[in-house]
Write a protein that binds this ligand. Structure first.
Ligand code: E4P
Length: 226
């Protein structure tokens, strides 16, 4: 499963990219607004830090302007994935950009029929929002199961299921069990995934016992053998 991080905060991206566990980045207009920074500059910076797909969303709602914005964003770097909303104009734009060889992430997917349309439009990624579905009392992960099952029936479908609106590590586990290709994680969720109280407790005990030996590992090999 690939991990993208869901933020436009370059400091967070640098920090988490250093773990070697980040395969890409997703941004959206709300995340960009939160940074207060210039959008195009931010996208260029992120693309230089993370070599994998970096989703950058169009702001227009009509096909012609979306296409122009998408082409503009795609020129920033070879790893830009243009994000378009799941609307008729968005899918038309998806098809046009895909035909030009640009990666496209179709966002704001909330149903299986929508995901079928995104695949039909040749999307590189479709982003079903699990957390927002859970928020309204629906079952976000059931939608992931449905989309994975449908896409799995058609080997010709190349669209990857990108689980979005992830709220906790449990979402990641559930999505991985279903075979979703990608999960985009808020930085806090990725950080949470490292932790388990027994890891902390076990490490503290190992370190205490190690200290009792009075040894060091970083010493010349000869001295170690003597
Ligand atoms: C995905 O690409 C979106 O940016 C994101 O996952 C939305 O998450 P939210 O529902 O927490 O805003």
């Amino acid at each position: 499963m690939k991990f993208f991080i869901d933020t436009a905060d370059i400091a967070e991206i640098r920090d988490l990219a250093a773990t070697g566990l980040v395969d890409g980045v997703t941004t959206n207009p709300s995340l960009v607004a939160k940074t207060g920074r210039d959008f195009l500059e931010t996208v260029a910076e992120i693309c230089a830090v993370v070599p994998g797909p970096v989703s950058a969303e169009v702001a227009a709602t009509d096909h012609e302007t979306m296409l122009a914005e998408g082409r503009h964003l795609a020129r920033i770097a070879g790893n830009v994935a243009v994000k378009v909303p799941l609307t008729p104009a968005g899918l038309r734009t998806c098809k046009a950009l895909t035909d030009e060889g640009t990666m496209v992430n179709v966002t704001l997917c909330f149903s299986a029929p929508q995901a079928i349309l995104a695949a039909k439009a040749g999307a590189t990624f479709v982003s079903p929002f699990v957390g927002r579905l859970d928020d309204i009392g629906a079952d976000g992960m059931a939608l992931i199961a449905e989309i994975c099952a449908i896409y799995g029936r058609y080997p010709a479908i190349r669209t990857e299921v990108l689980v979005a609106s992830v709220r906790n590590p449990g979402h990641v586990t559930a999505a991985a069990k279903l075979g979703a290709h990608v999960a985009t994680l808020p930085p806090a969720v990725l950080r949470q995934m490292f932790h388990h109280p027994l890891t902390d407790k076990g490490l503290a005990a190992f370190l205490a016992d190690w200290a009792k030996t009075g040894q060091t590992i970083l010493r010349p090999a000869k001295a170690a053998a003597e």
